[in-house]
Design a protein around this ligand. Structure first.
Ligand code: MLT
Length: 301
């Protein structure tokens, strides 16, 4: 019987993979495996029994991976399982950044009278927007999410340039034949109208988009962060926005100082918040953990 410990609610579609006769859930303080969503494990005193930690999600920054590795604990995540959810939200945010959908809808609610339609028609000019077609999108990080965004943005008629120092020209080509691969970050920063960041938070990527990078961007450019807070220096972004050196910022990571700024759209980490993504991640994490415990192998298929 394998003992599994869970911290956050994991979709039942994942938990049901652990048959009652072979697995016990949250019955022991000496688990063989841990299955979690976003619980921070940095203060958790790992008992010696733990062999593996499975995160139902892409980022592993809530897990002390280096310490786990030293202790011989395997850590795995579910890359790609929630990529579609994040991709759809990024595309929605790109569209929101050029069409005043939110402000237009809010304004129309204030209208009164039987001639609401006429009033709306007469005043709609203030909500005229722009189109994404023909504009240039920079995708920093060409993993599962970045690659999907690059492909779909291309289908929307955007010119797409991708940058990822860990992805070779050949791999970039296989991700998408339509995405140009930038040789360096500067090429993305200096030429793109929209830039979206899709790298994990690591020592190397912390503050990756800060003052010097923002200074290279077009004044009319808009920046999107659906990767992790900390990758973009929010203070530097606010200064750039204030000085009209950046046109807009959308982030999935709430930070008090960003709120109530009309050039900033802040979301409460909704990237992977769809029922479909929760289920996909739970199933993949459970499958991988189960296979590792029973067979000692890691295979994500
Ligand atoms: C992820 O790391 O999978 C996403 O940011 C979603 C999440 O953590 O909830």
């Amino acid at each position: 019987m394998f003992q599994i410990k869970t911290f956050n609610a994991i979709a039942p579609e994942g938990m049901s993979r652990f048959e009652k006769e072979n697995y016990a859930i949250n019955e022991s303080e000496l688990p063989d495996g841990i299955l979690l969503r976003s619980q921070k494990l940095h203060d958790y005193a790992f008992p010696k029994s733990v062999l593996a930690v499975a995160r139902a999600g892409a980022g592993t920054n809530n897990i002390p991976v280096a310490d786990c590795t030293k202790k011989g604990i395997v850590v795995f995540n579910t890359p790609g399982a929630n990529a579609n959810a994040v991709k759809e939200l990024v595309l929605a945010s790109l569209l929101l950044s050029v069409r005043p959908i939110l402000s237009g809808a809010k304004w129309v609610q204030t209208l009164t009278g039987t001639d609401v339609e006429e009033k709306a028609e007469a005043n709609k000019k203030q909500f005229a927007g722009h189109e994404l077609e023909g504009k240039k999108l920079g995708v920093i990080g060409l993993g599962a999410i970045g690659a999907m965004i690059a492909n779909d943005a291309y289908r929307l008629g955007m010119e797409v340039v991708g940058y990822d120092p860990y992805v070779s020209v050949d791999t970039a080509w296989s991700i998408s034949r339509r995405v140009q691969r930038a040789n360096d970050l500067a090429q993305v920063l200096t030429t793109c109208d929209f830039i979206t960041v899709h790298v994990p938070l690591t020592e190397q990527t912390k503050g990756m988009i800060g003052k010097p990078e923002l200074a290279k961007m077009k004044k009319t450019a808009k920046l999107f962060n659906f990767a992790r807070g900390g990758i973009v220096d929010d203070d530097a972004v606010l200064k750039a926005l204030k000085a009209d050196e950046l046109a807009g910022y959308t982030t999935d990571f709430a930070d008090e100082k960003l709120l109530h700024n009309e050039k900033v759209l802040v979301l409460p980490h909704l990237g992977a918040s769809t029922e479909e993504a929760e289920v996909n991640c739970a199933k993949m994490a459970a499958r991988t953990l189960k296979r590792f415990l029973t067979e000692g192998t890691i295979k994500r298929s």
